[in-house]
Design a binder for this molecule. Structure first.
Ligand code: IMP
Length: 179
């Protein structure tokens, strides 16, 4: 690849996935969603912040009627992704009877979703599926049904395409991995 190693907060990252490779994976995922949700008018629930770039690219490719909302999850954690997600902010829509598709940047340990799903399920949607750009199978700690993962990656720390390292790197169109 023609991209150099980059530095964020004095940490080095090397090129890992190009914007073209990411776009190809999203094309495939969008085709599956278009087929599976034809005529169903799903409610896409985009989990901020990391999911913003993936959501924009995925939803431009969704051809049916749909609605789109954005939520944040407040996690009162001690250490990183072991924290418990206790609150969903921004979900004003009535999800009862709706086909929900949660849009996430990455499924890593699955902690976020493990705590988010019961809160959503309590409001009796017709269905809930998870669409994520990246999925780290070796990192998953909870039994989640993950039918719409655009790309599986190893258990390495990546940045770019919405994902940050301590606040930096979300704007990068390519994805980089920590050296
Ligand atoms: P979880 O461990 O599945 O709950 O992932 C929680 C969140 O951690 C994700 O939504 C990301 O925002 C963040 N995260 C997980 N892995 C990475 C990574 O490799 N780079 C940047 N952020 C990550």
């Amino acid at each position: 690849m023609g991209h150099p190693v980059i530095t964020l907060h004095n940490k080095a990252f090397r090129p890992y996935l190009s914007a073209d490779e990411i776009a190809a994976a999203i094309d495939q995922l969008a085709s599956r969603l278009n087929a599976d949700y034809a005529g169903r008018r799903p409610l896409f629930v985009v989990v901020l912040t990391g999911g913003f770039m993936f959501a924009a690219d995925l939803l431009k490719r969704f051809t049916g009627d749909c609605e789109i909302v954005f939520i944040r999850v407040a996690s009162y954690e001690g250490t990183g992704s072991t924290g418990k997600v206790q609150e969903i902010m921004g979900l004003r829509e009535d999800v009862q009877g709706r086909d929900i598709i949660l849009v996430e940047d990455i499924v890593d340990t699955g902690t976020t979703l493990h705590h988010l799903l019961p809160t959503l399920q309590a409001n009796h949607p017709a269905s809930i599926e998870i669409a994520a750009m990246f999925y780290k199978p070796d990192s998953l700690r909870y039994p989640l049904t993950l039918n719409y993962m655009a790309m599986e990656i190893p258990n390495d720390f990546v940045v770019g395409y919405g994902l940050d390292y301590d606040g930096l790197g979300r704007n990068l169109p390519d994805v980089y991995v920590a050296e």
